[in-house]
Structures are given as structure tokens and as C-alpha cells.
Ligand binder design. Sequence first.
Ligand code: PMT
Length: 223
Amino acid sequence: PVQTPLAGKTIVITAGPTREKIDPVRFLTNHSTGKMGYAIAAEARRLGAKVCLVSGPVTLTPPAGVETTNVESAEDMYQAVVEKFNDADVVIKTAAVADYRPKKTYDSKMKKQEGGQSLELERTKDILFELGQKKKHQLLIGFAAETDQVEEYARKKLIKKNADMIVANNVKQEGAGFGTDTNIVTIFKKDGSQVNLPLMTKTEVATYLLNEVANQLKKEELK
Ligand code: PMT
């Protein structure tokens, strides 16, 4: 039988890195390839959800049957996600969004000069935080990419961002984080509980996470 525990649900998933423009030839970015987010999008579709994927620049092909919006900067991603937020039942923020962008962007290539150069940065919007403020019925799930004190930082993010779950990965761990086909995650939930998952493929992580999501949605419906 076809498994459709997410039938009738709309899920917005963000994936990939953002690019923050410096000039026409340069930008700031990070190592996200979109693999984690695209795996969640494909699984969510397979489990029957209507899936809106908001993707930063990656080389992956969007999964079949998924509505994809391509964005570049953190600001673009914010606009695209907010536009879809009211109709969403679940938002999963896998994207590695820039926390800073160049304060000034140049329309012409910056020319080399003698000596050093510094770049002034300003904060981007924290999309997850903003969604946490706007949240009504939506289930809000963030990721946390950490290199140290994973549990402490993940629990802080859960509270500060008003999220229902935070999926933490230690990106220094072999087989976890950026670029790999596998991940090692711990899911922190609002009720204080946590699930430590072993090394799994990103598809297996997606299946596990979406099962948690389906259970949580069912609980909310019974309330
Ligand atoms: O794409 P892959 O190569 O498969 O790699 C997967 C991954 C490592 C990118 C993924 O597993 C992951 O950890 N994603 C979150 C990366 C991240 O930006 O973590 P963070 O701890 O900096 O941010 C916490 C949360 O806030 C994230 O849900 C992020 O989407 C969100 N955020 C961050 C900054 C910002 N300005 N706006 C946000 O919404």
C-alpha cells in the first residue's frame, strides 16, 4: 500500500546555502550542498505532502512533484518563505542561511589595491526567529549546525526561536553535516525530550524526522 501519512499537509522546506553578494564576481557563502533539504523534500512528497522547496544555489535536481522556488540571498529566502508561511502546516529550515552580508555591495568589480582590505558586514534577518514570532498553527522545525557544545546551543535555539523541534548535527563529526550522503543528528523537542540517531543516510534521517512530524500533527489534531 502507498504510505501517505502527510496527505493534505503543506510542507515548506528550505535547503542549500545562501549567497551574499560583494560585487559582480564575488560572494560570501558556505558548504551546504542541499542534500539534507532535498532528501526531506523527496520524502515529504513520497509521504503524500504538498511540498514547497525554497532552495539556495545548488547543483541538485529538485525531486519530482515538488514546487521549487530558487533564491540566492538570505533576504530572498526570507521573502519566499514568508510568502508561503500562512498556507503551510509545517516548515522545515534545513538551509544554511548567512548570518551576515556585506554592508555595501558594488556594481563594478572591486579592484585590487596595495595592502590589505577589510569588508564590513551587517546582520541578515534570522528567518527561523521571525517565523517563530509569526507562528500560529504551524509546526516549526529548525536545524542547528554546530561544532561544539551541540546540546547546549541546540536547546538554546529551540527556545529563542520558538521552534517545535531542532535537529542538531555536529558538522565536525565524520559522516555528518555538509556535503555527505549521511548525517548523525539529535532531535530536540519542545517537551524537553531528545532522540539521538546513529549514522544514517540523509534519506533515512528524512524518513525518521517526517514520521515525528506526522505523529506531532496527529497529536495536535486530537487536542
Ligand atoms: O546541505 P547539506 O550539504 O546536505 O548539509 C546539511 C546541513 C549541514 C546544511 C544541515 O544539516 C544543517 O545543519 N542546516 C542548518 C545550517 C545552519 O544554518 O544552522 P545554524 O545553526 O546557523 O542555524 C539554525 C537555524 O536557523 C537553521 O534552521 C537555519 O536555517 C536558521 N537560520 C539561520 C540564520 C538565518 N539568518 N536565518 C535562519 O533561518
